[in-house]
Write a protein that binds this ligand. Structure first.
Ligand SMILES: [Zn+2]
Length: 125
């Protein structure tokens, strides 16, 4: 199947439908949606294929923008640790985060690990 720039991939998350440019998703083959796009492409399925996920929509906004613009930010009202879990689910590498949010992500992760260590130390006492 030849990809057309008008082809769409529709992803429903928590009841909200997000329309993706099929080519843009297909161009990120290591991500979960990229793999799905590849499968649809190989099967020669009808375009405007819809896939459904039960994941937090608030985080998915950022994922959607990432496929649109190639830039990944952490939404301001999202805990970076929660965002990490979603990145793992969508199979997007944290290194895709843009500078501003990569710093936020790394320092939040550091803090989290330190707190966790201190907690387990305290529990032993
Ligand atoms: Zn940012």
């Amino acid at each position: 199947m030849n990809l057309n720039s008008n082809d769409k991939l529709i992803v429903e998350v928590s009841g909200t439908k997000y329309v993706f440019n099929f080519q843009k998703v297909h161009s990120k083959p290591t991500t979960k949606l990229g793999r799905i796009a590849e499968k649809i492409n190989q099967n020669g399925n009808d375009l405007e294929t819809e896939v459904t996920f039960d994941r937090p929509a608030i985080v998915f906004e950022a994922i959607h923008s990432y496929y649109q613009t190639g830039i990944l930010h952490i939404p301001t009202n999202i805990c970076p640790i929660a965002f990490k879990q979603e990145l793992e689910f969508w199979e997007i590498e944290p290194c895709e985060l843009t500078g501003c949010c990569l710093c936020k992500y790394i320092s939040a992760l550091d803090e989290f690990e330190t707190t966790k260590k201190n907690k387990s130390k305290n529990n032993k006492i």
